[in-house]
Design a protein around this ligand. Structure first.
Ligand code: AMP
Length: 279
């Protein structure tokens, strides 16, 4: 598995191949969720760049950044059985932020105002800063993102359109553990009690998806909170239902609009997010 630390070397490698390039941006701690994006990218492109970069400007909590797992050797081993056409790009902060670590400021409008945008101030500006740079540097034809971070995909689509980056953004469905918990790098920090309680998040979302027609927003919210917080190990940070057009939370549903439920739940200091379509 080729690992590039320097952009110039990666560019030489990519220029020697005149084929389609796919980009899968990650922060490492690779798991089956990332792998599903990489496998899809391998089907659509001749060369796939998996970037592994823990981007400091998208963290709004210093401790979260400090404790974020980084283990390049384990990630390399994880990807080693894949095609030779997959390469890792693992830049350092100087490569990604040559003029010093700071996030750009973007105006994404309503799609950035709620849910993750509200509870993690500055997060999407940090994400967009690094994705803009990766796309401009690597010039992929296609870039792959997971629906687990549904709001993030909409931000990246808006970034791509407004800056005319010219990449095709491909959304990939959420990979889950057998019991339904959305796979996340953070899951390994859950203790056994938190881990078994965490299955309630997906369970409650599925129940709501099935029963939507018969429920009102506040009943749905109460059901979610009661189900999840039945375990004292979990605390709901937010429960929102937003139209997929503008990601603005609503409490009354219109017949022909499409909606998604978005949730964030704390298990101790581990923050888990999930979302589910409810049409
Ligand atoms: P991260 O390393 O957490 O920044 O994630 C890198 C990419 O993998 C993002 O596009 C995520 O949405 C995606 N991703 C993370 N977890 C999953 C999952 N369980 N299923 C599908 N995609 C995922």
């Amino acid at each position: 598995m080729l690992v590039f630390k320097a952009l110039e070397k990666l560019k030489v490698h990519l220029n020697s191949k005149s084929f389609k390039i796919g980009l899968v941006p990650t922060m490492g701690g690779l798991h089956q969720g990332h792998l599903s994006l990489i496998k899809k990218a391998c089907l659509d492109n001749q060369t796939v760049v998996v970037s592994i970069y823990v981007n400091p400007t998208q963290f709004n909590d210093e401790n979260d950044l400090k404790n974020y797992p980084f283990d390049l050797e384990t990630d390399k081993t994880f990807l080693s059985s894949l095609s030779k056409n997959v390469v890792i790009y693992n830049p350092d902060n100087d490569e990604m932020y040559p003029s010093g670590i700071k996030r750009n400021s973007y105006n994404f409008g309503s799609i950035s105002h709620h849910m993750e945008g509200k509870f993690r101030p500055g997060h999407f500006n940090g994400v967009a800063t690094v994705i803009e740079k990766l796309i401009k540097d690597i010039k992929p034809h296609n870039a792959y993102f997971g629906e687990k971070d549904y709001q993030q995909i909409q931000i990246i689509k808006a970034l791509n359109n407004s800056l005319k980056l010219g990449v095709k953004i491909i959304s990939c469905s959420t990979e889950r553990e057998k019991d339904g918990l959305a796979i996340s790098t953070r899951n390994k920090f859950l203790n056994p009690r938190q881990r078994s309680a965490a299955i309630k998040i997906h369970f409650a979302l599925q129940e709501l998806k099935l029963k939507k027609g018969a429920k009102k927003f506040f009943d749905m919210k109460r059901f979610f909170i009661n189900t999840v917080e039945h375990s004292k190990d979990l605390k709901v940070e937010y429960f929102c239902i937003a139209s997929i057009d503008d990601l603005v939370p609503v409490e009354i549903f219109e017949k022909f609009k499409k909606y998604r439920i978005f949730v964030a739940v704390f298990a101790g200091n581990i923050r888990l997010i999930d979302n589910e379509e409810i049409n």
